[in-house]
Design a binder for this molecule. Sequence first.
Ligand SMILES: Cc1cc2nc3c(=O)[nH]c(=O)nc-3n(C[C@H](O)[C@H](O)[C@H](O)COP(=O)(O)OP(=O)(O)OC[C@H]3O[C@@H](n4cnc5c(N)ncnc54)[C@H](O)[C@@H]3O)c2cc1C
Length: 463
Amino acid sequence: MVDLTDRVRQLNRGEENRRARYILYWMQVYKRPRYNHALCFAIRAANERRLPLVVYEGLKYNYPWANDRLHTFILQGVNENRREFQRLGIRYVFYLQKNERDPRDTVARLAEEAALLVTDDFPCFIIPEHNRRIAARVRIPVFAVDSNGLVPLSAFAKEEYAARTIRPKIKRLLPRYFVPFREEKVAVEDPHLRVNCPEETVFEDGEIGALVARCAIDHNVAPSPVYRGGRRAGLARLQHFVEKILPRYHEQRTHPEVDGTSRLSSYLHFGYLSAQEIAEAVQAADAPQQAKETYLEELIVRRELAYNFTRFNPRYASLEALPDWAKRTLRAHDGDPRPTIISPAQIEEAQTYDELWNATQRELLWTGEIHNYVRMLWGKKVIEWRPTHDEAFHLLEHLNNKYALDGRDPNSYAGILWCFGKHDRPWGPERPIFGLVRYMSSRSMSRKFAAQAYIEWTESLAQ
Ligand SMILES: Cc1cc2nc3c(=O)[nH]c(=O)nc-3n(C[C@H](O)[C@H](O)[C@H](O)COP(=O)(O)OP(=O)(O)OC[C@H]3O[C@@H](n4cnc5c(N)ncnc54)[C@H](O)[C@@H]3O)c2cc1C
C-alpha cells in the first residue's frame, strides 16, 4: 500500500456528509489514472465508506494565458482518461466552460452530494488559490494530496538554498519514498453514476479544433505540431526516450541540434506522466550508469528543488525571490545603460539581431518548448535587451507561460529566476547589467554545438 501520510493536508474543518452519494476527486493537475497519490487517497476514502468515486476534470476559458495550444493539449488527454476511468469502474466527468455565459461553480455543485472532496496539491500558478477558495466555500472536508514528486513537499521544513543543499536530503529520503507504487481498486464500481453537473464529451481528435474555436480564449497560439497531449503520447515518448535517447543522454543533452533529451516536461507538467514512473523506466533501462545518473539529477534534484522553492517562497513570481547577493548586485546594475533595447514585440516575434537567440524563440513559438540547453541562453539574453531587470523578468514569464506547454510550473519560475541568480552563486568578473550574475553569450554557446544546424531546424519549423 502506498504510504500517503506525508502527502495529505486537510484544508478546512468541514464536516463529512453522511448522506453522500459519492467521493469526489477534483483532478486539477495530475491528469492520470495511475501513479496518482490523490486518486489513491480518494479510492481509499470511497472504499472505506462503500461509496463510488467521481473524478471531475474541468477546463475553463479564463485561466491566465488560456490559448488554443494549451487547451488542445489538455483536450487530447480527455477521451483516453474517460475510457480508462470507466474501465476502472470510476465515474469520470469532464466539463468545458467555454465562456462567461456557461454554468460555473461546478465543483461546489458536485460537492453538495459528496462525502468529502479530494484534490491535487500543487505549489504554483492558480492551484493554491483554487484550493483556498473551495476549502472556504464547501461544507465537507477538503483534502489536498501531493503527487508532485518522488519525495513529498512536506519532507522539507523550509526553502532550500540550492541543488547542493537539497541533493543530500533527497538522497537520504529516497529509499523511504521511492518504493513500488501499488495501485488501489474501487470496491463500488459505478462508471455511469448520475451527477448534477454539465458535461462535455470529447470523442474524437477531429472534434477538438471545433471545440477550441468556440472557447473565449486567445486563438493566436496554434496547437503544437510536435507534442500531442495525453498519457498515451507521453508513454510513447517515454519508451522512445529510454530505448533510443537515454543511452547517450549524458553526451547529447547539450546538443539542441539532435533529439537528445527526454522532452517529457509537458507531460510532467500536465500530470499525464509521474516523475516516479519515469524514474522507474530510467532505472530499468539498458543504458550506462552515467546517463541514468545525469538524467535523474535533472528529473529529481532540479525538479524537486523548483517545487520546494514555489511551496516555501510566496514571492516566487518576482525578483524578490532572489537570494540577497543577487538582489544586491542586480540593484547596483539596474540603472546601467543597455547597448541595445529590443521591444517586447520584436522579442516575441523572434526578430532580434541574434540568430541563435531567434532560433530558441522560434522553437518556443512553433513547438511549445525550448531545448533544455539553450533555454538558459533564451532567458539570459532578454536581461540585456530590456531597460530594467523587472521588465526582463516579466517579459520572460509572459512568453514562457504563453507559449510553453510546460509553462506555469514551478520549473518555469525556478528556470527564469535562475537566469537572475536563483539557485546559483556569484560569478566574476563583475559586468555591466548582470553584475555578479552568471553571464552567457551566444558566441561562446554556439561554439559548443552545431548551432547552424539548430538554427536551420527552427527555420524549417516556421515554414
Ligand atoms: C529560462 C528557463 C525557463 C524554463 N522554463 C521551464 C518551464 O516552463 N517548465 C519546465 O518544466 N522547465 C523549465 N525550465 C527547466 C528546463 O529547461 C526544462 O525542464 C527542460 O528544458 C525540459 O526539457 P526535457 O524534458 O527534454 O528535459 P531533460 O533534459 O530531459 O530533463 C529531464 C527532466 O528534468 C527536469 N528538469 C530539467 N532541467 C531542469 C531545471 N533546470 N530545473 C528544473 N527541472 C529541470 C524536467 O522535469 C525535465 O523534463 C526552464 C529553464 C530555464 C533556464
